[in-house]
Design a binder for this molecule. Structure first.
Ligand SMILES: [Zn+2]
Length: 249
């Protein structure tokens, strides 16, 4: 391959690396935010259940007070029974006792419901806390991985940027201008291989036989007639020759 073509191929690799690194760096903050959002959600779930459990306990305490009032009333009426003089007074007190006991029963029923609810909420809380702990662990691991990835990406970006400057210094300005012009017009891909069956590998246009023949020489700058990308040829490795041709589409 001609030195210029080789430099252009390497330039394209470096530019692709730079582009990928920039994209990865830009994706970093949203990925962090997404992990933090998951953590907040798990934390909120714990707080919600904890609050409901507290409300349930408060409600139960209020019911206990209410039950004590009815219990006291029952006791008071029973004490008064000892002092009644007439059958009518006796029956009236019995009626009061029955009413207070019915009310006491209803309150105790509600207390029982609250107890069962509290048991369930305590279980829910345990689950929510376990989920939070698991999420915390996962997010910590993700953040550590992201930080490592960021360091590697920064290093790759730095290396590729330095390599790019070096290559540019070795290339003729007219080739750099051509490369930049095509890259700008073609989503950053200025140079691509011609497939073994004679197509531009990106736009898939079939090259004219004599053009393909020239491309296969890898010694001049030839552009695809359709997309204008600079073309080069990657000969097949001897062992797998002909087995891995890029299909036309
Ligand atoms: Zn093309």
């Amino acid at each position: 391959m001609s030195p210029d073509l080789d430099r252009l191929v390497r330039l394209q690799h470096l530019d692709t690396t730079i582009e990928e690194a920039r994209r990865a760096i830009a994706a970093h903050p949203p990925r962090l935010a997404e992990a933090d959002a998951r953590l907040s959600e798990a934390r909120e779930r714990v707080e919600t259940v904890r609050l409901r459990l507290k409300e349930c306990h408060d409600a139960r305490r209020a019911l206990e007070k209410e039950a004590a009032v009815f219990q006291a009333r029952v006791t008071k009426f029973k004490d008064q029974l000892l002092d009644v003089k007439t059958n009518r007074e006796y029956q009236a007190l019995q009626h009061e006792i029955a009413t207070a006991q019915t009310e006491l029963g209803a309150v105790e029923e509600k207390e029982l419901e609250r107890m069962l609810e509290a048991d369930q909420l305590a279980l829910d809380l345990k689950q929510a806390e376990a989920a939070l702990a698991a999420q915390q662990k996962q997010v910590d691991a993700e953040k550590a991985a992201l930080a490592r990835e960021q360091t590697e990406t920064a290093r790759a970006l730095e290396g590729a940027t330095a390599g790019r400057a070096e290559l540019l210094a070795q290339l003729e300005p007219r080739l750099v201008a051509l490369y930049d012009q095509v890259a700008k017009a073609r989503k950053g891909i200025a140079i691509c291989v011609a497939t073994r069956d004679g197509l531009c590998s990106v736009c898939h246009v079939r090259l004219r036989p004599h053009v393909f023949q020239q491309v296969r020489q890898n010694d001049t700058i030839i552009q695809c007639e359709s997309c204008h990308r600079i073309l080069y040829y990657a000969p097949p490795p001897l062992a797998t020759a002909g087995a891995a041709a890029t299909p036309a589409s």
